[in-house]
Design a protein around this ligand. Sequence first.
Ligand code: VGL
Ligand code: ZN
Length: 208
Amino acid sequence: MTRALVLIDLQNDFLPGGALAVPEGDQVIAVANQLQPHFQHLFVTQDWHPADHGSFAANHPGKRPGDRIDLGGVPQILWPVHCVQDSPGASLAADLQLPESVSIIRKGTDPTIDSYSGFFDNARRQATGLQALLQAAGIRSVYLLGLATDYCVQFTALDAVSLGFDTYLIEDGCRGVNAQPTDVADAITAMRSEGVIITHSSQITAAS
Ligand code: VGL
Ligand code: ZN
């Protein structure tokens, strides 16, 4: 069984002090570092928006973060400006240890559509290349962690299951936005009901 660790959006803007800070987001970095020696294959996603991205409230006069719009026919929650290409906020967390040759998959680059999933944009029109990279490496099982549980982690996990990967969510390696207090719990429930296996980093470090 060939498996891969996939780290989702461990970027400065999602850490405390960042533009779209996820509460306790910094606490998952140590989990990501501890797990890497247990995997032969590592993939890292990066939210990577142009400054004119349609998910930014600032690009819609009169709109504020949290407002909902229709963006090219797709429902869109508006966010603060975050993860702008080549900005410090888009950089991977400084404390994240990565090997020299890591596969980085950038998403959200099309200004006309958001991409929560690491596999496809929110309309599933364009692939990011992650599926092809995993398949080329012979990966059957993906182990996911990162930010944010209720957005990019959830959408990536649901796509991974739908593409036929055995999909594991490392729950203690994730934190969520929780705009509504049950959003993270609801996301976990939705993932589990679609076949995502909810696991804990200690189960991985103990087993191998
Ligand atoms: C994310 C909102 C907007 C995430 C990215 O990484 O979960 N959330 N862009
Ligand atoms: Zn984004």
